[in-house]
Design a protein around this ligand. Structure first.
Ligand code: ADP
Ligand code: ZN
Ligand code: ZN
Length: 669
């Protein structure tokens, strides 16, 4: 019997499996996932056990010197997961493999010496709970019981079922997750619960901890290396059977994993924006198919792609019915408001709320870099005739450019939609709102939360705390304020402009608008006091805004899915985005067109298979690097993947340039 080892910190040509002999004293303990020290040439190297075989590829094998990590740091399932990731998302196996390792384990690779016995210096404290564990859970409502009746039988089946748990905020989804996990524990199975971000959603962490105590481990990038490793160790020994964390928690070495929950499954944070560019939703599907894991996607406003799967029977739709509280969502048409950011209705509402000593959240979606030409009269942005997404104004060229197909146009003088001359460049920052509120309302104590005010780690928690403890009564902020904040005294939520999201050049912009408005609206009146939501917009009749205000997901979905179908966007086609970056724009244009030419020859182009671009990306430059992109669209993802892979083997990329492949992209700016 030989151990198959891959080396840490190896140059690309040594990125393969090596065979080593297993010394007698290690035979009983060595397993997949152990970090080990091995002789290599004249030196010693750190490696990882990835398998065992009866035969060795070489005649003379050397023995493993010692085990470094007392417990295995990954499982064979984890190994399969990253293997699949590297193939599907087209990155080197090693870069996917690194995702399996906790930071402190990676750091050890650089060390020269290790403790002689190969132990971590501490024995596992034996806290593995035995016998009956009782949990303090409320009795499920009829609707929750109904949902559980659909989900729980899957825990006893071999194959992994998939569910979409659809229910508005407050409908009791978290309580359903808790019950499912409880049942898994009763069967001695493990569970992973993913949340998009941990800081802002600490509400869910709190509830899981209250229910499961020390059976639970938390995993996210906010932990110190040591803490992270300690959690990892507890998971690996089976001390904790439940893992709650951000997408990295997918790789946790959970024993007998049976349940995988993704809360707020519509969130873009589930997609990693660097190699491996995996999507936790896709990974969850893979794990359910291959490992028999029961996957539960939960959301108040599911992604269109997930809901489509539910409608077409690929996953099971479980609706959590809930009597919504009377809704006080009002839409204000801003077309006649001239230059003012706050409408008379919103001003009046702010005044009344402050007088009652209650709190206010003002939400704005300002993403610094983009400007669009927008009509103040009809509310439309100037759009690409081919892609139906907003054209971005590129200041340097003084042109409007489509970031999907490269369509370019000069600045419009009259609105293509209503022929008025009221075109403007849209954009208003949180700072201007702060000024406007401050000027009118002297009682307002304002806290502003945006990317500028929360550069330091943990500083948004501090700002939130100040708001919670009454040091401020108005919170103004970007996306960040829409998540998780659950405050009794917030009785007014104002959306300063629902349009800025709508104009983002992304085919998912309507979906994102609907989701964000749903989330924002969920922040008001969650407790005893009635809440009021005021949405300001130039597009009061847009379906995303209209249906978000009416809390009507289904009607929104019906309109959106038709548009996706008519334009062949996901879920009706798959996308691969190729991003080409470098310091010299001419070189990028040259390489981009080489890639395109190759792909044109390689793929059979048709209405069902298209190559868009090369085009300047919406964010045309990052840290001095120009960015262009080529977007592939096709019914068959495997065909696209193969073609892209071949193109990157055939076309030589200069060393000062970088080409990244993004399969099933989520962020295409
Ligand atoms: P969601 O996750 O869909 O927003 P939650 O599970 O957080 O909904 O439930 C909303 C509120 O109702 C929470 O305060 C929760 O504690 C409470 N709750 C949920 N289910 C029950 C139940 N069966 N009995 C009593 N309270 C419940
Ligand atoms: Zn117009
Ligand atoms: Zn276009």
């Amino acid at each position: 019997m030989f151990a198959q080892i891959i080396l840490a910190k190896a140059p690309p040509k040594l990125n393969k499996i090596f065979h080593y002999e297993i010394p007698e004293e290690l035979k009983a303990i060595l397993s997949i996932g152990h970090q080990v020290l091995v002789p290599f040439g004249n030196s010693k190297r750190v490696g990882y056990v990835v398998g065992f075989s009866q035969i060795s590829e070489v005649e003379k094998t050397k023995p493993i010197l010692q085990i470094i990590s007392k417990d295995p740091v990954f499982t064979s399932q984890g190994l399969k997961l990253v293997k699949w990731m590297s193939e599907y998302y087209q990155c080197f196996f090693m870069s996917a493999f690194r995702a399996l390792l906790p930071p402190s384990i990676k750091k050890k690779e650089g060390r020269k010496r290790f403790a002689v016995d190969g132990r971590d210096g501490r024995d596992a404290i034996n806290r593995v709970p035995t016998g009956e564990v009782t949990f303090c859970a409320p009795i499920s409502t009829t609707h929750q019981q109904n949902a559980l009746n659909q989900i729980l039988p899957s825990l006893d089946q071999q194959n992994g079922d998939r569910f979409l748990l659809h229910g508005i905020a407050g409908s009791g989804k978290t309580e359903v997750y808790l019950k499912v996990v409880e049942e898994a524990i009763a069967r001695n199975k493990g569970a992973i619960i993913l949340v998009p971000e941990i800081g802002l959603t600490s509400q869910i962490v709190k509830r899981f901890k209250e229910r499961f105590g020390s059976l639970i481990s938390e995993l996210h990038s906010g932990l110190k290396d040591k803490e992270y490793f300690e959690e990892w160790r507890k998971i690996s020994t089976g001390e904790s059977k439940i893992v709650l964390g951000t997408r990295v928690a997918l790789f946790a070495p959970v024993k007998n994993l049976k349940v995988l929950i993704l809360d707020e499954e519509q969130e873009p944070a589930y997609k990693q924006e660097q190699n491996p560019r995996y999507d936790a939703r896709k990974a969850a599907e893979y794990m359910s198919e291959k490992f028999g894991v029961v996957a539960i996607f939960g959301s108040a406003a599911p992604s269109v792609e997930t809901y489509y799967k539910a409608k077409t029977g690929k996953i099971k739709l479980v609706e959590l019915h809930f009597e919504p509280r009377p809704s006080y969502i009002e839409i204000v048409d801003m077309k006649n408001e001239k230059r003012k950011l706050l409408s008379p209705l919103l001003r009046q509402a702010i005044k009344e709320t402050l007088e009652k000593n209650e709190k206010i959240i003002l939400f704005i979606n300002r993403r610094g870099f983009f400007t669009f030409q927008t009509c103040r009269k009809c509310g439309n942005t100037v759009k690409c005739p081919n892609c139906a997404t907003s054209l971005t104004y590129h200041f340097k060229d003084n042109k409007l450019i489509c970031s999907y197909c490269g369509f370019t146009a000069g600045i419009n003088i009259i609105c293509p939609n209503c022929q008025s001359t009221s075109l403007a460049f849209l954009g208003s920052g949180t700072q201007r709102i702060e000024e406007e509120v401050g000027e009118i309302f002297h009682k307002a104590k304002i806290i502003r939360i945006d990317k500028d005010s929360v550069t330091k780690k943990g500083s948004h928690e501090k700002l939130f705390a100040a708001f919670t403890h009454g040091e401020a009564n108005v919170l103004i902020g970007t996306q960040m304020v829409t998540k998780g904040l659950d405050l009794a005294e917030v009785t007014l939520v104002g959306v300063v402009s629902a349009d800025s999201m709508l104009y983002i050049p992304d085919f998912r912009s309507s979906e994102r608008t609907f989701q964000q408005l749903t989330q924002v609206a969920g922040r008001a009146g969650r407790h005893n006091l009635p809440g009021r939501v005021i949405i300001q917009t130039l597009n009061p009749d847009h379906y995303a805004i209209k249906y978000a205000a009416a809390c009507d997901y289904k009607s929104f979905y019906e309109e959106e899915i038709q548009i996706r179908e008519s334009l062949s966007y996901p879920p009706f086609a798959s996308l691969i985005n190729i991003i080409i970056q470098g310091k010299e724009e001419e070189k990028i244009i040259k390489i981009s067109s080489d890639i395109k030419t190759f792909l044109e020859k390689r793929l059979t182009l048709s209405a069902d298979c298209k190559i868009l671009g090369p085009a300047k990306a919406t964010i045309e430059k990052i840290r001095g690097n120009f960015r262009w992109q080529i977007l592939l669209k096709g019914k068959n993802i495997a065909t696209l993947q193969t073609a892209v892979k071949e193109s990157l083997v055939k076309i030589i990329i200069p060393v000062d340039m970088r080409v990244s492949v993004d399969v099933d992209p989520v962020n295409m700016l």
